[in-house]
Ligand binder design. Sequence first.
Ligand SMILES: Cc1cc2nc3c(=O)[nH]c(=O)nc-3n(C[C@H](O)[C@H](O)[C@H](O)COP(=O)(O)O)c2cc1C
Length: 155
Amino acid sequence: MILIDQIKILVSTMTGTAELVADEIADAISAKGKSAEILLMDDLGADILANDTAYVICTSTYGQGDVPDNGQAFMDNLETTGRDLSGIKYGVFALGDITYNQTFCNAGNLFDEMLRKHGATRVGEIMKHDASSGELPEDQAGEWAEEWLEKLSEV
Ligand SMILES: Cc1cc2nc3c(=O)[nH]c(=O)nc-3n(C[C@H](O)[C@H](O)[C@H](O)COP(=O)(O)O)c2cc1C
């Protein structure tokens, strides 16, 4: 078992809510004595993924179940990478709206499928926040992160 003390939160967002969520996740991780870094996906590629770090994919969904614009290049790079990602551990905090019931939080599903296809291991279930629930995602993020960290330590 490798003890992972470093977490990177990779953010894909259209209007910034996922960044607020990432801030809360980072605070909760830091409070547990681990290092947390927030990175907008923008120009990231699969080459940033390393085995001594765990990742939180924090993404909203747009269009017809699509990854937000700033996450598209990362998704494309993951798709075409020849890297074996076994050894990479990640969690997913997806933001969406159940009104789009066919594509609810689909970008979270898409990142999950792509990472798994290349051998990475998801820790915990995909968190799916519903914007029409009346609850703010940033209010749920800290508790989710604490539970996720516990699961990460058990893997
Ligand atoms: C034009 C538009 C399309 C959307 N499409 C979806 C969708 O297909 N599925 C979904 O679950 N949520 C969808 N949403 C909801 C957003 O993902 C949700 O409001 C999210 O909290 C926005 O987060 P962000 O500010 O980080 O981009 C859509 C929102 C808008 C405005």
